[in-house]
Every structure is written in structure tokens, then in C-alpha cells.
Design a binder for this molecule. Sequence first.
Ligand code: UT7
Length: 322
Amino acid sequence: MSEMRCVIAGTGGFLPERVVTNNDLTEWVDTSDEWITERSGIRQRHMAADGEYTSDLAIGAGKAALESAGLTAEDLDFIIVATTTPDETLPSTACKVQAALGMHEGAAFDIQAACSGFIYGLSIADGFIRSGQAKNILLIGAETLTRIIDWEDRTTCVLFGDGAGAVVLQGRDDVGNRGVVASKLRSDGRQHDILYSDGGTSMTGTSGTIQMEGKDVFRHAVSNLSSVIGEVLAKTDLTQDDIDLLVPHQANKRIIDGVGKKLRMDAEQVMITIADHGNTSAASVPLALDRAVREGKVNEGDILLLEAMGAGLTWGAAVLRW
Ligand code: UT7
């Protein structure tokens, strides 16, 4: 027996049925397929139906992850939902997911770190597992971002989509050095004004809509992600040449390409799903990871690097040995 490790025992994803292509968008937004594809890499996004909420997407992804792990909700100690678009101000979306999945013990809570939510959640779950507070944790990133978009603002409304991704994290002391190797979380609240919503429960009693200075966020993304990758690798005995697969936040293909290039990674070593989903915030990393697993791109022993940056600003990275 070795030390307690936090391993990914299962993954899952869930996307609303309705697909909206760039060309569909041109019917109500002054934009073009060419502009959106060239500037962001996005070709389509999924949009939740009327009456379909963040919890519904989270439940779909959570069920798929539990199935792939071969576990039931009764095996879980915690459900953590990372979201910026909860169903309600209270209770947490995680408590709704807990009830729907039939988990009657343990605890459920939401975390809010915008697009970095899944990486934050992974670090929190790793801590719970290593400290012996939990054996099995369902971590979900779920968003209905199309509900907080200003459809009059073409600089933001073409970028975001709805979806959910999930992982089951399991404490194991019989897997050698597999599992989460290290994680690093960062934030800088001084950068509020470049990415925020112009409303909220306390300020306006409404959710507000996403406001973004795209160029500034882009600039911060490339530099913050590059530095946090260096910081997380420095906590391990690994170097960037050891990374087998980069699973990045899907905000802009040009950001992903920039980071991949800095890490000297080949195209097939970088998981890119943005064309199909757009930016799904906290859901984007687990959705990309789930697809990588289902496409057979991840093998036991592989070193994975997960990273994300979003409003806050928040950013972070995690290294896993599969
Ligand atoms: O997940 C959270 C983190 N988010 C991000 O990381 C997003 C980071 N930022 C970006 O991805 C990019 O900055 C954008 C995709 C948002 C924008 O790309 P850009 O190359 O920075 O374009 P821009 O904002 O400088 O706009 C260039 C031009 C402008 O026209 P002028 O002023 O040059 O005449 C815009 O008005 O493109 C125009 N434009 C559009 N044209 C057609 C802006 N939005 C659109 C649009 N369709 N949807």
C-alpha cells in the first residue's frame, strides 16, 4: 500500500440537443461564420431548451460519469458542481443534483470560479481525498451560459454555449503514483473589469449579462496560463516534455494553439473541442477530457495537463498521471 491518491475513475458529458451553428446565428446577430471561425475556432454551440436548466445538464453528465466509474450515487461522499449559472440563487445546484441522483448521505455544494471552476474543484476534491475526508467525489462543471448573454453584443454572444462535463474522483492507495500529481490555483481580483456580469443577486437582483474586453482577456490568458503551467510543473518532478496530452479550457483556439506551441506539443497531443461546443466555461475541461477518454486518446500512465482561465480573473492548472 502506498499513499492515498485521487484518481479519475470515470468521466461523462452532456450537451443539450439543440445545436446552433454560426450560420444560424447570422439570422439574428450581425456576424459571419468566417469571422467566428477565424477569430475563435468556434463552428457551433449547444443551447439549452426552455425549461432545461444547469442542474439538468449536470445530472446528465453526472449519471454518465457514475456509469463509466461503475458506481452509484450512494457510493458518493461529495457532489461538487462548478458553475457560474446556477438554477437558483439558493439552494446550490449541487443539492438539486444530489436529490435527483438519489444520494442521501454526504454533502453537496457549488463552487464559483467562472471558467476555472473545474480546475478549482479538482484541487478541492484532491485535498478532501488525500486528507481522508472522502473516498468518492462527483465533480461536475455545468453551465447554461446562453442565459446570461447580451444577444445585442456580437463581441461576446457568438462565443458561449451550454453543456456539462463530469468526473468521478476516487481515493486509492493501491495505484502507485497515478492520479492527481499536483495542482496550482491563482486569481487576481484587480482584473474584474475585463470580464464580469453587469448584475448579480446583491447588486441588481438579476444575473446581468457577460461583459468582456476580449483583447485584454486574450493577452492575460496566454501569459497567465503559460506561467501557471510552469508553476504546477515546478511542484512535480516532471517537465513540459513529459506531457502526453494537454486538455485546455476551450475559450479560443488561438489561445489553445499558443499554449500548445509554448509547450512544444504536436497537434494530436492537444484536445480541442471548441469547434463543436464554443466556450462552455466550467464545463469545457471535463467535456474535453470525456471526449479524449471516449476517443481512446488517454492510456494508463499518460501525463495529462489540464488548465483554464476565466473571470476573476481566476486561473489554474493540474497535472494528472492517468
Ligand atoms: O473563457 C473566459 C476567457 N475568455 C477568453 O479567453 C476570450 C479571449 N478573447 C478572445 O477570444 C478574442 O479577443 C475574441 C474572439 C473575443 C475577439 O477576437 P479579436 O481578434 O480580439 O477581435 P476584436 O475584439 O479585436 O475585434 C476585431 C473586429 C472589430 O472590428 P473593427 O473595430 O476592427 O472594425 C470588431 O467590431 O471584429 C469585429 N467583431 C466582429 N465582427 C463580426 C467583433 N465581434 C464580431 C463578430 N462578428 N461576432
